[in-house]
Design a protein around this ligand. Structure first.
Ligand code: NAD
Ligand code: TYD
Length: 351
């Protein structure tokens, strides 16, 4: 079959990427979808079991730091669109090992930009390098204010510094070589298939297992939460309607202090697990703070609302309930990802 477009999704075995791959496979049968992923601890092909046999799907196990292989792949397939979700993505791991973040997030992104630029420079057809980034590049907010697309970059963690750097490289390739690009910066995601090192799935897993819930510092840190499927929809909308050279902030105006979020999570879990009200809250344990902990993230998403007509489809309570149900129904997935190296990570981070 000859396809209208070749789309390369990078990091499609990860949390957000798997939802993007699934959406594109189902929505665009006339596009050939390539999913490139190294399958690190965070990448899991189980996330895509339901679509792995689709006609228009090809998986490529490749490390984006392998420059030669990346260049060969771009020469061979001459992709029309690149949607780049590969990253080392966990702040705590970036504090322990910043080098992996520089290698994958900066050097790996540079390899992709270089390869895309090389094969696209003589092409007449429409191309797009769509880079997925985070609100953490803007640094931290005090109690008021929102991050807009004009907020200057001011990253504080090795993770956010590496993401900021990759964003700068994407923009620089646009300015210097005319690479057609779009960047989006999204707030914290939650939902099915998130690796249980991030706050919500970690706490769900610990509640299931009656383990302490390690709240960093006083718990008064604020994050702005978006259901992962709403992020995947926003990525699709930007892919279809976004303007080249633009940045879009993605968020749902949904700020929560960590401690308030954890309490709601505990209440919903007690309910779903038929436990006595208040049982899970007793697991809350205040632990040593994260170094350089950003106080507050909050996104002004009015540009994407107004210009592209996107807004979230679920409320936080609905999204959280769906998320808990998914983890309770996918016990084997959770057990599988928390065996082996996860135990070593957990001991080093928390015990
Ligand atoms: P994730 O850690 O779940 O997935 C990352 C994927 O990248 C994994 O499948 C992993 O195997 C793959 N990968 C890592 N290093 C690789 C390499 N060198 N070569 C090829 N593949 C490699 O991350 P996520 O939470 O799905 O985040 C996806 C993107 O969205 C990232 O760029 C992240 O910065 C951004 N983002 C995440 C959030 C969030 O809350 N999770 C919010 C905003 C933006
Ligand atoms: P996280 O899910 O790691 O996302 P990010 O750091 O990228 O925002 O953390 C979300 C918030 O929860 C953040 O303020 C740190 C806090 N947190 C805890 O209090 N305890 C934990 O064990 C983890 C993983 C996070």
């Amino acid at each position: 079959m000859s396809y209208q477009k070749k789309i390369l999704i990078l990091g499609g075995a990860g949390f957000i990427g798997s939802h993007v791959v699934r959406r594109f496979i189902k929505k665009y049968p006339n596009f050939q979808i390539f999913n490139l992923d190294k399958l690190t601890y965070a990448g899991n092909l189980e996330n895509l079991k339901d679509i792995e046999k689709a006609e228009n799907y090809t998986f490529l196990k490749v490390d984006i730091c392998d420059r030669k292989t990346i260049e060969q792949l771009f020469k061979k397939h001459r992709f029309d669109t690149v949607i780049h979700l590969v990253a080392e993505s966990h702040v705590d791991r970036s504090i322990t090992n910043p080098f992996a973040f520089v290698e994958t997030n900066i050097m790996g992104t540079l390899n992709l930009l270089h390869a895309a630029q090389n094969v696209w420079k003589d092409s007449n057809s429409e191309k797009l390098f769509y880079h997925i980034s985070t609100d953490e590049v803007y640094g931290t907010l005090e109690k008021t204010g929102l991050f807009t697309e004009e907020t200057p970059y001011d990253p504080n963690s090795p993770y956010s510094a590496s993401k900021a750097s990759s964003d700068h490289f994407v923009r620089a390739f646009g300015e210097t070589y005319g690479l057609p690009y779009i960047i989006s910066n999204c707030s914290n995601n939650y939902g099915p298939n998130q690796f249980p090192e991030k706050l919500i799935p970690l706490f769900i897993n610990n509640i299931i297992n009656h383990k302490p819930l390690p709240v960093y510092g006083d718990g008064n840190y604020t994050r702005d939460w978006l259901y992962v499927i709403d992020h995947a929809i926003a990525i699709d909308v930007i892919f279809q309607k976004g303007k080249l050279g633009e940045t879009y902030n993605i968020g749902g105006f949904n700020e929560w202090k960590n401690i308030d979020l954890v309490k709601i999570l505990c209440q919903q879990m007690d309910d779903k697990l038929n436990r006595t009200a208040g049982e899970s809250e007793k697991l809350i344990t205040f632990v040593k703070d994260r170094p350089g902990h950003d106080l507050r993230y909050a996104i002004d998403a009015s540009k994407i609302y107004k210009e592209l007509g996107w807004k979230p489809s679920v409320t936080f309570e609905e999204g959280l309930s769906k998320t808990i149900d998914w983890y309770l129904q996918n016990h084997a997935w959770l057990k599988n990802v928390t065996s082996g190296d996860y135990q070593k990570y957990y001991e080093k981070q928390y015990l």
